[in-house]
Design a protein around this ligand. Structure first.
Ligand code: AMP
Ligand code: ZN
Ligand code: FE
Ligand code: FE
Length: 281
């Protein structure tokens, strides 16, 4: 059996692996295909593609966009993106600057609480254009201002806590359209995490192509529920570990294994979408 892991992060957003390290671990876990889905960036895709080509592993360029629908946060995965698409690049550049400004706001909130963290320390540690809360948490640990990452989220950074700053987001409908115009398939990420089942019909009407049924934080029961939802709406099925690096002393990549038949269906859907777009109006 061939398997894929279609939800992975690198140092180009809040993952801790380089694209090359990610591919090395993908190979070690016996995967046949991976997709890179960094938050609001496609920068790591070229290096991941080269590293995959060198070991004859299939690679799908992607990204994970943070969006919202009627105040529900929803992450939308884009697959088979044209990483040179100018509209996509311009739009995500704007969200990268939103992320950078948000780091300053979170640090200011921490400073208000008497925690002497400097924004520059976070930016130096993140060393990427798409920084996020995990970088703030890691900087707090590094500066010995908190014991560990979980504590940083629990005490300061998770939604509703004193240094949590909401992020300006694109609408989910805009996210789907942005992915489509860049040649990609749009997939709702980890629906079980955001408890966002009631927005699925609206996303389907907006042209959503698939749903992530298999995810590290989905129970078997949840995965089955989303498989049924996929069937009901005619959605493609995806899955991935959402690896950000090591978790409990092992690389998370490959711990969620998507049977390759689902990847075949993604390729087929991509081809038919290309055909549709190429046809004269
Ligand atoms: P951001 O995009 O800046 O809002 O950060 C979101 C990222 O933070 C997610 O992709 C996770 O990697 C991480 N994250 C969110 N909540 C937690 C939590 N409670 N504990 C640890 N990591 C978290
Ligand atoms: Zn993340
Ligand atoms: Fe996510
Ligand atoms: Fe993710």
């Amino acid at each position: 059996m061939k398997f894929a892991d279609l939800h992975l992060h690198t140092q180009f957003s809040d993952g801790t692996f380089t694209p090359e390290e990610l591919v090395l671990y993908a190979q070690k876990s016996g995967l046949a295909c991976i997709a890179l889905t960094d938050h609001d960036t496609v920068e790591g895709c070229a290096r991941a593609a080269s590293a995959c080509a060198a070991v004859k592993m299939e690679f799908i360029p992607g990204a994970e966009l943070t969006a919202e629908h009627e105040e529900t946060e929803v992450h939308i995965l884009g697959y088979f993106l044209d990483t040179n698409n100018q509209v996509l690049l311009e739009r995500i550049a704007r969200f990268q600057s939103v992320r950078q400004n948000r780091i300053r706001e979170m640090v200011a909130a921490l400073n208000q609480l008497g925690i002497p963290l400097k924004a520059e320390a976070v930016f130096a540690l993140a060393s990427c254009k798409s920084p996020g809360r995990p970088h703030v948490a890691r900087a707090l640990v590094k500066e010995k201002l908190i014991g560990n990452l979980d504590e940083a989220f629990e005490k300061y950074l998770k939604k509703g806590r004193p240094a949590w700053v909401p992020k300006t987001k694109m609408s989910a409908l805009e996210g789907v359209e942005l992915i489509h115009q860049a040649g990609g398939l749009a997939v709702m990420a980890h629906p079980g995490l955001n408890r966002s089942d009631d927005i699925i019909p609206a996303l389907v009407r907006a042209g959503l192509d698939g749903i992530e049924c298999f995810h590290t934080k989905h129970s078997t029961v949840m995965a089955e529920r989303y498989l049924e939802i996929a069937e009901k709406y005619g959605l493609l099925v995806t899955g991935g570990s959402d690896c950000h690096g090591f978790s409990k002393n092992r690389p998370l990549i490959g711990t969620v294994k998507l049977p390759y038949d689902h990847v075949k269906k993604l390729y087929a859907a991509k081809r038919s979408a290309d055909g549709k777009r190429a046809a004269p109006k």
